[in-house]
Design a protein around this ligand. Structure first.
Ligand code: GDP
Length: 194
């Protein structure tokens, strides 16, 4: 066994550059308009700016977070914008992804249905030990909620993912979302046999 901790262990497709630094590809999935770009921009730039769009594929954004024990996780975030039109590219998009964030809008039942479709796609094409998060965004619009929290929680549990509600607008739970993913990725790394 390796003694450096994370050294030569493999977490799905996460790359371990050394014992304390993990680099992972994270893909975003979800209906158009649910707030994927806003979530990324909130996380990476600390801003809510609905007018600026993350471009597809070409320039993904990256952000590193540090956990309490001085471990860092660098996320390379791939946004899906328009991806549905390029269905043939999907396997390429999923390839190498250690984490996936499937987003719906808590005011839109259709977007929750669509999220379930994306989860199935991930189960088909993604790495078997991919860390998946089911994200109910626009939690600030709770007065117009039409997806019960419990439906999401139950669905997530059944599908081996965790669920969380966020607001890119108010920043609620955005950092927590990525921290939870980082923790789960690290758990996987340390608990895998070498
Ligand atoms: P994408 O197509 O999934 O990337 O969605 P965008 O990030 O472009 O967001 C679509 C729209 O939803 C924009 O008009 C945003 O202003 C709005 N939006 C995104 N996140 C939130 C949120 O947390 N709360 C509210 N109220 N609106 C949001």
């Amino acid at each position: 066994r390796n003694t450096s901790g994370l050294g030569n262990l493999n977490v799905s497709d996460a790359t371990v550059s050394d014992s304390k630094n993990l680099k992972v590809k994270l893909v975003l999935l979800g209906d158009s308009g649910v707030g994927k770009s806003c979530i990324v921009l909130r996380f990476v730039r600390g801003q809510f700016d609905p007018t600026s769009k993350v471009t597809v594929g070409a320039s993904f954004l990256s952000q590193t977070i540090a956990l309490k024990d001085s471990t860092t996780v660098k996320f390379e975030i791939w946004d899906t914008a328009g991806q549905e039109r390029y269905a043939a590219l999907a396997p390429l998009y999923y390839r190498g992804a250690a984490a996936a964030v499937v987003v719906y809008d808590i005011t839109s039942p259709e977007s929750f249905q669509k999220a379930q479709y994306w989860v199935k796609e991930l189960q088909k094409h993604g790495s078997p030990d991919i860390v998946m998060a089911l994200v109910g965004n626009k939690a600030d619009l709770h007065e117009n909620r039409s997806v019960p929290l419990q439906d999401a929680t139950e669905y997530a549990e059944k599908n081996g993912m965790f669920s969380i509600e966020t607001s890119a607008k108010t920043a609620n739970n955005i950092n927590q979302l990525f921290e939870e993913i980082a923790k789960r990725l690290l758990l996987r790394t340390t608990s895998s046999p070498s």
